[in-house]
Write a protein that binds this ligand. Structure first.
Ligand code: GDP
Ligand code: MG
Length: 320
């Protein structure tokens, strides 16, 4: 075990922060660290919290974290904001709002931003989850905005998905409807202090009814006022119940497999990328391309060679 890996397992804050930076950066130090930590994961309850901007996700996550601490659990928080640059205003705002939670040693918070890479976000989120899980946090909350492709991918990393809505954002219900029904385990109607909360609850109910799903876990609809923490204890109770449901129904094993498949897919893509990069940087690259162009070599064969890690160069086939 590396020194850094050991510091993560001892839940040393600075070590956890450093490890997150290393795995987010990727490359072989990140992979090596994840390899060490992986056997120590699988303990955390990973909860995704998603919904349109402004519905109160950050405030809610803050509240859930405080309530979970009150119940003696440690909490990791990953705030994913694909639209903001790393030090952007939104994230900073979230940080400030979350500071009462962050002050507590049992809560660790991290912000992730896409920094313009496609696919990079769910990858660094998956890696960050592994680190926080290995560090022994009981509950890991992942806040994401909306329901874009990368958010759906990120939600697939978790065990329980909370979809947050608020009254007066009716359009969002429509917009969010498509992919969200299948992934929502718990619905929250936040800003229940505002007019229209009942209507939003009814809309969600009829949406679920229309979908004619009869799932073994009918998603509960919880009303909250995140600012005053009203309903937050109920929400945490629902999260706990869902975790027990996952364990007892065997669904958890299925989700773990799903997550493992996701991780494996990423690992394969990463490895292929690295091999291709190495091949392209090899001296024979242009020669290889010319061979393909001239019909002397088949692209599939060359691809196979590259993926196997051999150099695709073709000595003895030099152009006349
Ligand atoms: N009236 C009311 N406002 C809330 C409630 N929860 C959050 N807010 C406010 O809604 C705004 C957006 O909250 P935020 O947590 O940043 O939403 P996010 O974009 O979904 O993370 C902030 O001004 C919050 O203070 C609530 O339950 N009731
Ligand atoms: Mg937020």
């Amino acid at each position: 075990m590396s020194e850094l890996g050991g510091r993560v397992l001892r839940q040393e804050r600075a070590g956890v922060a450093r490890a997150l930076t290393v795995v987010e950066r990727g490359g072989s130090p990140g992979r090596e660290l994840l390899r060490e930590l992986f056997p120590h994961t699988g303990h955390a309850h990973v909860v995704g919290v998603t919904g349109a901007p402004g519905v109160g996700k950050s405030t809610l996550v803050d509240g859930i974290a405080l309530e979970a601490r009150r119940r003696g659990r440690t909490v990791g928080i990953i705030a994913v904001d694909p639209s903001s640059p790393f030090t952007g205003g939104a994230i900073l705002g979230d940080r400030i709002r979350m500071q009462d939670a962050v002050m507590d040693a049992g809560v660790f918070m991290r912000s992730l931003a896409s920094r313009g890479q496609t696919g990079g976000l769910s990858r660094s989120c998956a890696a960050s989850l592994e680190v926080l899980d290995a560090a022994g946090f009981d509950l890991i909350l992942v806040e994401t905005v909306g329901a874009g492709q990368s958010e759906i991918e990120i939600m697939a990393l978790g065990h329980t998905t909370v979809v947050v809505m608020a009254p007066g954002l009716g359009d969002d219900i429509q917009a969010i409807k498509a992919g969200i029904l299948e992934i929502a385990d718990v619905f929250v109607v936040n800003k229940a202090d505002r007019e229209g909360a009942d209507r939003t609850v009814r809309e969600i109910r009829s949406m679920l009814h229309l979908a004619a799903l009869a799932p073994p876990w009918p998603p509960p609809i919880i009303r909250t006022v995140a600012q005053t923490r009203q309903g937050v204890a109920d929400l945490l109770d629902s999260l706990d119940r869902h975790q027990i449901f996952l364990q007892e129904s065997g669904t958890l094993a299925g989700r773990r497999l799903h997550r493992t498949a996701h991780l494996l897919r990423q690992a394969v893509t990463d490895l292929a990328d690295r091999r291709l990069q190495a091949a392209m940087e090899g001296g024979d690259w242009e020669l290889v391309l010319r061979d393909i162009l001239a019909g002397r070599r088949d692209p599939e064969d060359v691809a196979g060679t590259i993926l196997s890690g051999e150099t695709p160069g073709s000595p003895g086939r030099k152009e006349p």
